[in-house]
Design a binder for this molecule. Structure first.
Ligand SMILES: Nc1ncnc2c1ncn2[C@@H]1O[C@H](COP(=O)(O)OP(=O)(O)OP(=O)(O)O)[C@@H](O)[C@H]1O
Length: 327
């Protein structure tokens, strides 16, 4: 997606500067290192998902990016400038997880007020439409459901017509229909050349809606690339077959096998070399109901972020299985 800049904007002044640049950023809370030497560059026009489990450091990263939290060390640049400057210039819109509703104002009044504080605001009706708030303009913001309030926060983020949109778990309170509407709006906004950075726990959303997925764990980037690239990096395939009473002991020693799970009469092997594993299984006569499937993004995510995992020996723990991974 090509980037576009407004005349006189921070981005134009900064020339080809990245939309976002983190360099060696660290943030500690007492003994907890929430962000630990984070390096990250996001080009203008990219849509990037920040993916990580609870406590990985996503919100802290986004708060530092927005200038709301000073880093303990390292530097952050937005369009080549300090975050505060980019925010002041209206280049950045944010939708954070919390945020209290202002009593007694209507949705339209709120968005009109917010838009008026920016140098190049979005048309209020357009912001309401993009946020899925058509028909809600006259409603009081303190009398909305959780999902509707979340859409108001999205409209607030859009109101300044920002070049960079930062969204912290934007769909967490939305139902299926609202989620679909939200992503349609996001894509439309991205197509205008804007940069979008969103955090999420939803692997499918990251895979489907981002150009690039940055997985963070313990405040560090542990993977960065397309969903496909991350699956490849985490490695391997899953081979499953019917045991038909065969002994399970030898399975972990077969070529390529990095993990074994037994579910009833079915064996599931994680392997870094499915051809070698399948050949060895054939020699043992274990080919009944044989299936070979590439690793899912879920597999990759677990392998990259589980406590005991290393990229060379991904974890494959029974407790973390999901229906999606069933064979
Ligand atoms: N204000 C704070 N004081 C102390 N520790 C904090 C504070 N904010 C965050 N932390 C800790 O920093 C780490 C990172 O937290 P952060 O909220 O950035 O993670 P997250 O990836 O956004 O998590 P979640 O997905 O649960 O929202 C966690 O260990 C958290 O407990």
């Amino acid at each position: 997606m090509a980037g576009t800049t407004r005349p006189g904007s921070t981005a134009e002044r900064a020339g080809d500067a990245a939309a976002v640049g983190f360099s060696g950023v660290t943030r500690s809370y007492g003994a907890v290192r929430a962000v630990d030497g984070l390096d990250l560059e996001i080009a203008a026009g990219e849509t990037v998902a920040l993916l990580g489990r609870n406590g990985a450091g996503k919100s802290t990263t986004l708060n530092i990016l927005l200038g709301l939290l000073p880093p303990s060390s390292g530097t952050v640049r937005l369009f080549g400038d300090a975050p505060e400057s980019a925010v002041r210039a209206g280049q950045v819109g944010a939708m954070l997880q919390d945020g209290k509703a202002i009593p007694r104002v209507t949705v339209r009044e709120l968005i009109t007020f917010v838009a008026a504080t920016y140098p190049h605001p979005m048309d209020v009706a357009e912001a309401l439409e993009l946020a899925g708030l058509d028909g809600f303009g006259g409603r009081r913001v303190d009398k909305l459901s959780g999902g509707q309030a979340q859409r108001v926060r999205f409209a607030v983020a859009l109101a300044g017509n920002p070049e960079l949109l930062v969204l912290d778990e934007p769909t967490s309170a939305l139902d299926v229909e609202a989620r679909r509407t939200f992503w349609r709006s996001m894509r439309a906004y991205a197509r205008r050349g804007h940069t979008i950075l969103f955090s999420t726990h939803y692997l499918e959303e990251a895979d489907e809606h981002a150009d690039r997925i940055v997985v963070i764990d313990r405040g560090r980037v542990v993977a960065d690339g397309s969903g496909e690239a991350i699956k490849r990096r985490a490695g391997g395939s899953r081979v499953s077959f019917d045991l038909a009473g065969a002994a399970t002991g030898p399975l972990s020693g077969l070529p390529g096998v990095s993990a074994v799970e037994i579910r009833g009469d079915r064996a599931l092997l994680r392997t870094t070399d499915s051809d070698a594993t399948v050949l060895a299984l054939a020699e043992l006569g274990l080919v009944r109901g044989l299936q070979v499937t590439p690793a899912s993004l879920e597999d990759a995510f677990l392998a990259l972020t589980s406590a005991e995992a290393t990229p060379a020996a991904p974890a494959f723990t029974a407790g973390a299985r999901t229906a999606k991974e069933s064979v």
